[in-house]
Design a protein around this ligand. Sequence first.
Ligand SMILES: [Zn+2]
Length: 357
Amino acid sequence: MTPRAVAPGRPPRVVWLLLVVAMIALGAVGVAQAKTSEDARALAALQSGAAYVDPSAFSPQIAEQIRTDAAQLIKRGDDIKLVAVSSTGGQNIYEYAAELRTALRYTGTLVVTTPTGALGAAGPRSAPSIQNALLVVGADQVSNPAARLLVAAEVSTPPPSDTSNGIRDLVLLVGLALLGGAFAIGWGLRREERRVRDRAMEVRGVLTVYADALGVRAALLAARRGQTIEARALVEAVDAYHLAAAALVDHAMTEAELAEGAASLRSGLLDAEQAGVLLGLELPAAQPFDGLCSVDPAHGPLAHTGQDRLLCAACVDRLRAGHELVPRRVLIGGLPVPYRDAPVPYEITTPLAGART
Ligand SMILES: [Zn+2]
């Protein structure tokens, strides 16, 4: 079976069909209205800075977190501005972001949020592509404004070596949003070389184990009592990174998309370690599976049985019932191997400083 080649520059009719459906589904037709009074202040701050936070609408801790996040994203190589305004004056927040970006003559990605949870972004990627990316990960569900901006930045900036023309992006994301991923992935796979596809599927499987481990750590952190504002912001960031990483890894088809998912995983693991320090949990980023069930990190934390095997409560029960415990497998070179024997992808467990230059 030879896949039919798609003529360059002439996407199949289904693409346009999807586009129309997406526009209807999104219904994001904004109403342009008068500018808010803080526009001038935001513009002035964003001319040179990577972040603007309205001090009347957000706490100093949140403002500090947003500025720190923006600085870290830029250090990582993202072209990004994070904006927290008191309101958009009734304007659709995606349009607001686009107008701000145009006014600044900015070529990177600009993410905007408000205290009420509205979230929008504008950047080099097409507007439907960005809207769907935020939709897919549920970025507007993140309650902490700093974490909300961070997860939006993670999924709306272009992948590091983005060579797509926007159409592929659109098809992928629209397909994911409307059809649960199966259609988009199937459609995209026909254009992928078999070798590339197999490698992507294998890396995706390995990254999923790490994403599951990060999810367990996020839940452990969220359950800790007596959180300071600083700790809570970090815990929310870990949750946001986990959401973004899981969605990105789940739908990744290319090296660039896998790398993007891996970057979210690494950031999440690092924030989890920091949050753990504040909350009395040892969660070393370099050892993402520490403290988790050795059969499958997704099972959760270790049961305290005093035995030397590192098992969750359910696995302890299964073992006692006489079941054989088989560690979770991933595919490497087409062969199933225990997840711990898989090479660490994308240096996820290597500290960030200098790792991605
Ligand atoms: Zn287990």
